[in-house]
Design a protein around this ligand. Structure first.
Ligand SMILES: [Zn+2]
Length: 399
């Protein structure tokens, strides 16, 4: 599939400035709440009159609430404001080859609703219809009927566009190469849509509420059907030119190794991914549908699953060493569609290379951590991206 630039900025200069100033005010309120208009004006450099106008607008939209008065010395104590956490929400949808997940998250990052829908097929028309269904259920379940919906973050496995690894077997969506995914979902959901790579969205979720909340530079290895990599460098997600940065699953870790659907031999995801685990289990006649099937097999110490873990740990360890030397992250997080217990086991048997920039005497964070957001992590990340875009000013929007 293609994505039109998901961070596109539309409208006139005046409109962009207005949106930017709204983001600035919301951003300061979130950071310093409760806060009065004079202080917002002082920190932001906007005039008190401009701040007053924006606050009136944000109150009208239900995004800000009055939070009492605070005495600043002389005169009438100043009115204070705080975010109205339940005043707005964002929808997150994750598309996997065999299932879709939905999450509704409010302005403060609280999860209001989640759902999972099994997919019989993953053509654009089928996925759009299920996305519409998720939208209907999420909106019916929201806390308050007048809650504004800011938009949707739809996350899906890459690659985006018609490239060398398009349609690579079970880990990719089929028939999407020439689909404009942003337009498809905006049409299906009747709201503004950001389309993002699943691993990148998972990294954002982990930063908003998870083990990366205090980290500025980290990598996230995302177990979808295949394997993706999300990179956050100095607080910013790294997307690449076409949104395809982080296709770690199709990096050859074992030259001449297992045949991959992309055409390469020895790709990482032919060893360390959910489809690799499923292939190993299928040899013993065991079919797995969901993460809870894998969880049960792990509790039983199923020999095929344990054998898969032992094989996966080698190439994955090498990949982590490579990621460390490429990005110099504070840590590498593992998460996604695998049960926590399985990821914990995998982490415990990694043999990380000693020749890595991550090996240093003053390390404070372990080299590898398990994510805390669970199997909904990418859907939550999709919603978090929308909220982030509402509250955080983009440098490009400055005029
Ligand atoms: Zn491959």
């Amino acid at each position: 599939m293609m994505i039109t630039n998901p961070r596109r900025i539309v409208g006139s200069n005046a409109e962009r400035t207005r949106l930017h100033n709204r983001q600035v005010v919301l951003g300061h309120v979130r950071e310093k709440q409760p806060i009065g208009r004079a202080e917002i004006a002082r920190i932001s450099g906007l005039s008190t009159q401009a701040v007053s106008n924006i606050i009136a607008e944000l109150e009208e939209d239900g995004l800000l609430l009055e939070a009492g008065r605070q005495s600043g010395g002389r005169g009438l104590p100043a009115l204070q404001y705080r975010l109205n956490g339940d005043g707005a929400a964002a929808l997150g949808i994750e598309v996997r080859p065999d299932a879709m997940f939905g999450a509704l998250v409010n302005l403060e990052g609280e999860t209001l609703f989640t759902t999972r829908e099994a997919l019989a097929g993953n053509s654009p028309a089928t996925v759009a219809a299920v996305a519409r269904k998720i939208r209907g259920e999420a909106l019916a379940a929201r806390l308050m009927s007048d809650q504004r919906i800011l938009g949707a973050g739809v996350v899906m496995p890459g690659p985006f566009g018609n490239v060398g690894i398009s349609g690579a077997g079970q880990s990719a969506l089929q028939g999407w190469e020439d689909t404009n995914a942003t337009a498809l979902f905006e049409d299906a959901l009747h709201m503004a849509v950001i389309v993002e790579n699943d691993a990148t969205a998972a990294a954002v979720a982990e930063r908003v509420r998870g083990v990366a909340s205090d980290l500025r530079t980290f990598c996230f290895i995302y177990f979808g059907a295949g394997l993706g990599l999300g990179v956050v460098a100095d607080g910013e997600v790294q997307r690449g030119t076409f949104g395809n940065a982080g296709e770690i699953g199709h990096v050859v870790m074992t030259p001449g190794g297992r045949q991959c659907a992309c055409g390469n031999k020895g790709c990482l995801e032919t060893y360390a991914s959910r489809i690799a685990a499923q292939a190993e289990l299928a040899k013993a006649g065991i079919e797995v549908g969901s993460a809870s099937d894998i969880e049960r097999l792990y509790q039983e110490r199923n020999p095929e699953l344990m054998a898969w873990l032992d094989v996966a740990a080698g190439p994955l360890s090498q990949a982590i060493g490579m990621i460390e030397n490429l990005f110099d992250p504070e840590t590498v997080i593992l998460g996604g569609a695998m049960p926590d217990a399985v990821l914990d086991h995998l982490i415990s048997i990694l043999t990380l290379p000693g020749g890595s920039v991550a090996v240093r005497p003053d390390r404070k964070t372990p080299r590898v951590l398990r994510g805390a957001s669970g199997r909904l992590t990418a859907a939550l990340g999709g919603a978090a991206l929308v909220i982030h875009d509402t509250i955080t000013p983009r440098i490009t929007a400055k005029t």
